[in-house]
Design a protein around this ligand. Sequence first.
Ligand code: V47
Ligand code: SF4
Length: 364
Amino acid sequence: MNLTEKIWRQEGIKDVARRALAGRRLDEGDALRLFQVRNLHALAFLAGEVCRRLHGRRAYYIVNRHLNYSNLCVLSCPFCSFSRRKGEPGAFELKEEELKKRVCAALARGITEIHMVGGLHPDWPLARYEGLLKLLKGMDVRLHLKAFSAVEILHFSRKEGLSVARVLERLRGAGLDSLPGGGAEIFAPSVRRRICPGKGTSREWLAVHRTWHRLGGRSTATMLYGHVESLRDRVDHLRRLRRLQDETGGFLAFVPLPFSPANNAFSHLPGPAGFDSLRTLAVSRLYLDNINHLKCYWVGQGLKLAQVSLGYGVDDLDGTVMEEKIFHAAGSASPQNVTAADLERLIREAGREPVRRDSLYGLV
Ligand code: V47
Ligand code: SF4
């Protein structure tokens, strides 16, 4: 018996490890057992092997810019440090001219994607969001517009009295290319009631992505972990995503987001340990056998942990991001001026081959 097998036996996961290596689908019980593993090396080996079969030595990054049009929000999720009410200190709404200036500077730095989200704005009509998309597309038709989380889409649909499908069609007509994965949080209703009351159900979040996928669109999925949820809740979240992906195949990547505790109503919680984050990434890689890419969002995880995560099943570090507000409002100390060269160096130092990708994982 080699050392790896010995560790699997010690951890009681030899059968799960064998199934994973044979390319067989793991069930929820398997995922829960993997979440309880104490020796991370056992998971690194397995998730690393699955990642290698999918992507070889390649690890992806994108030259992109995040853009928040406003932080005004009709909700006040207790984990959120970003949102403000009208007139509150720190509240902002970017005028079209300001958005244009930011995107113009980013285009000069070679971005191929804008990732644009905001709070649930109390007043703006759908036409305003259509106008933003048209404005950005007008600056460079090749620019990929990844915008509006499922929760924003639901908000637009309720405010306008339009179906989700109609809202998505109108936004696509204005230039929307893909949906980001925000707002998923944790799907279990008992957790949602505590962390994001009023935000809509998991069914609604999944229905927005299902509708978008049926329209031929692609999207990403997230999970906000490390607050009040249990490991069972995480497994339940992954299960619901895997089921939808079996149905539509529309998710490009999964992005676990670590809860950041500064400046919000959950600041008494510590946030997940690095150990927990690596374990969560590895289990996600092993359980989500139908989502091709696993992204470690370095802004939330920190650059050093993001680099280490490349040994735990991760094949994508997201991008240059340029200006990030949501995690920084919640205490992130990640730098705001990371370049493509920085990301390439991190990836190379981890023994992987850096690949600059576009938004659909084509090579740039
Ligand atoms: O929807 C908010 C989360 C999301 C906190 O799709 C928080 O590729 C941790 O969705 N601590 C926005 N998380 C970011 C996001 C994202 C990021 C990178 C890539 C992609 C992608 C999506 O951040 C929100 C919410 O789920 N969030 N506050 C917090 N205090
Ligand atoms: Fe608003 Fe989103 Fe923050 Fe909740 S997480 S308060 S919906 S911006």
